[in-house]
Design a protein around this ligand. Structure first.
Ligand code: DX5
Ligand code: ZN
Length: 218
């Protein structure tokens, strides 16, 4: 399958949110990645359900919500009601990952789990079959514009071979520091979805940046 590109709205100009979303709508992007941060799980606060609702209302792409919040089980239904098509929670943020995955699925959304750079893929080996998406963080979550951690490439390869071995259909999404300079290596390692914040929204020509990411061999 051809890889997917998911620009991250965190890097957009929020003073012109509507036109930023229109740009995404007219682009080759497949998903729009939406980062929700609570100032507790990560040392930064982004936005909550109201903004997600506004984004989802204007966006004609799949809305991929990445919850960087403690105990995400408290808010699954409300983010689904706000328009999330995919809801990703952090393995490190809940004591009951299996339950949360099914809570997400019961809302009708696709279920994803994200892993911080230090977290082993062993931590999700008992739920691999239950997942639609696995988000490997290639930076420590909390901020856009950070440097890609290159050890992630090995993690992608390991996860990819496990998914193939167990015949699992979960997609591998890579989040943090992704751009034209490393996209090819990330795809070669086995990634299916590229999240790109700064490399799209801070580019001189965001539409072209998306087009180039999409045109990478996969
Ligand atoms: C980081 C977020 C990312 C972020 C990526 O905590 O999860 O989605 O927006 O931004 P860039 O692509 O600039 O690293
Ligand atoms: Zn993210």
């Amino acid at each position: 399958m051809k890889h997917l590109v998911a620009p991250s709205i965190l890097a957009a100009n929020f003073g012109q949110l509507e036109s930023e979303i229109e740009m995404i709508n007219s682009s080759e992007a497949d998903w729009l990645h939406v980062d929700v941060m609570d100032g507790l799980f990560v040392p930064n606060i982004s936005f909550g359900q109201n903004i997600v609702k506004t984004i989802a209302k204007h966006c004609n792409k799949i809305v991929d919500v990445h919850l960087m919040i403690e105990k995400p089980e408290r808010y699954i239904q409300s983010f689904r009601d706000s328009g999330a098509d995919i809801i990703t929670v952090h393995e490190e943020a809940t004591n009951h990952l299996h339950r949360v995955i099914y809570q997400i699925k019961e809302t009708g959304a696709k279920a994803g789990v994200a892993l911080n750079p230090h977290t082993s893929i062993k931590n999700i080996e008992n739920v691999l079959e239950d997942l639609d998406l696995i988000c490997l963080m290639s930076v420590n979550p909390g901020f856009g514009g950070q440097k890609f951690i290159y050890q992630t490439l090995l993690k992608i390869k390991k996860l990819k071979s496990q998914l193939i071995e167990r015949n699992c259909s979960a997609m591998i999404e890579i989040d943090g520091g992704v751009g034209l300079q490393n996209a090819e290596k990330i795809l070669e390692a086995g990634a299916d979805v590229l999240v790109a914040g700064s490399s799209v929204f801070k580019a001189e020509d965001p539409l072209l940046a998306i087009q180039r990411l999409k045109a990478m061999p996969s």
